[in-house]
Design a protein around this ligand. Structure first.
Ligand code: PLP
Length: 399
């Protein structure tokens, strides 16, 4: 009999974390690597949030377990914040505080997917979704939207993928990895389609505050309120408040689903770190001034990186309107020879770029089909320019 269970043997390492680890290892070995791999803001957590955590850590009352579902004051703050940012009411009892948005993803699929259930997954998708679906015994059904359609799936595509086994649609706008943002009209049309066919929606709204130009974030439950009974909303403090290391996320859903997910969590991890929850209360109860300052910096870097990548022959760059990723198509580079190597896939191209230019990028294979690269622009302006300049120089050698 195999030593590792079939269920876990089927899971691949997170490709984005792997690229980041490789870049950090090269850096530690003294190489001047520039990393576009990690999905995390380069800013420190705003000082008033850190100060609140320090004060909380000094109070012995906070050295204990909290309820598995989270501190009542944090669940309350999340409900209040949801009304402020998304425009609809939720009860604090509908909120489950999780160890980052990632645990919320896992627990959401675990709570509503049975073996054989199909989950429609618009692609390119965030690496973790298909693995979380498979862990629940579900079957990910990819619906691909390429650069030509702005990485946005249509209702017609979703309908073509729907079968009697379809249980859930995964919706993620603004999107990791593409930076695409669905318009209010597109969001409403997709929400109405899901409602009409009894398809559950898991909506990952972790990039809600990072939109640019004319794009706006649209909470799907606000535009189709009848969906509330069959929707799970995922969110967290990581991207909005530069709090990736604090590990606080949450899920909001109907009572039976939240109860089931809380039961799972009570055996899996119990509560999120008490001090981190206190920090999150401060983050969510404050205003969005610090967030806006970071968003302005991301916007500036977004323009720079789109401009610079667009100058490369063979690279097509749809302008991202949300999150902090750009997702160029590199089809026009594949099959050409660079320093004696002829990459035929984006994975091979990413390896070449890391080895020859000492720049880390994540290949499209981590998010769906080959032919694309994901670059995070949540890094310092100077590093960003230096890194893309190196890519430009390397790819200019393609013949
Ligand atoms: N959802 C998306 C789309 C993400 O990109 C991430 C992080 O990369 C998460 C959820 C989870 O973030 P965390 O677990 O750090 O809260």
């Amino acid at each position: 009999r195999p030593r590792v269970s079939a269920r876990l043997a089927a899971i691949a390492e997170s490709a984005t974390l792997a690229v980041d680890a490789k870049a950090k290892a090269l850096k530690a070995a003294g190489r001047p690597v520039i990393g576009f791999g990690a999905g995390e803001p380069d800013f420190p957590t705003p000082a008033y949030i850190v100060d609140a955590a320090i004060a909380a850590a000094k109070d012995p009352a906070n050295h204990r377990y909290t309820p598995a579902a989270g501190l009542p004051a944090l669940r309350e703050a999340i409900a209040t914040k949801t009304l402020r940012d998304s425009g609809y009411e939720v009860k604090p009892s509908s909120v489950l505080v999780t160890n980052g948005g990632k645990q919320a993803v896992y627990q959401s699929f675990a709570a509503i997917v049975d073996p054989g259930d199909e989950v429609i997954l618009p692609a390119p998708y965030w690496t973790t979704y298909p693995e979380a679906v498979r862990l629940a015994g579900g079957v990910p059904v990819e619906v691909f939207a390429g650069a030509d359609q702005g990485y946005l799936v249509t209702v017609e595509q979703l309908e073509a993928a729907r079968t009697p086994k379809t249980k859930v649609l995964l919706f993620n706008s603004p999107s990791n990895p593409t930076g695409a943002v669905y318009s209010p009209e597109q969001t409403a049309a997709i929400g109405r389609w899901a409602l009409e066919h009894g398809v559950w929606v898991i909506t990952d709204e972790i990039y809600e505050h990072l939109t640019y130009d004319h794009a706006v974030f649209t909470p799907i439950v606000r535009v189709v309120p009848e969906l509330a009974d069959t929707t799970i909303v995922l969110n967290g403090v990581a991207k909005t408040y530069a709090m990736t290391g604090w590990r606080v996320g949450w899920m909001i859903g109907p009572a039976d689903v939240i109860t089931a997910a809380t039961n799972l969590q009570s055996h899996l991890t119990s509560n999120v770190a008490n001090i981190s929850q206190r920090a999150a209360i401060t983050a969510l109860s404050g205003d969005l001034t610090a967030v806006e300052a970071m968003r302005t910096a991301f916007d500036r870097r977004r323009r720079t990186i789109v401009d610079m990548l667009s100058q490369i022959d063979g690279v097509q760059v749809p302008t991202p309107e949300g999150a902090f990723y750009v997702y160029p198509s590199v089809e026009g580079v594949l099959g050409r020879t660079i320093r004696g190597v002829t990459p035929s896939t984006s994975a091979e191209l990413a390896t070449l770029i890391l080895e020859q230019a000492e720049v880390a990028v994540v290949p499209g294979e981590a998010f769906g089909p080959s032919g694309y690269l994901r670059l995070s622009y949540a890094l310092g302006d100077d590093d960003l320019v230096e890194g893309v300049t190196r890519i430009q120089a390397l790819l200019a050698e393609a013949e």
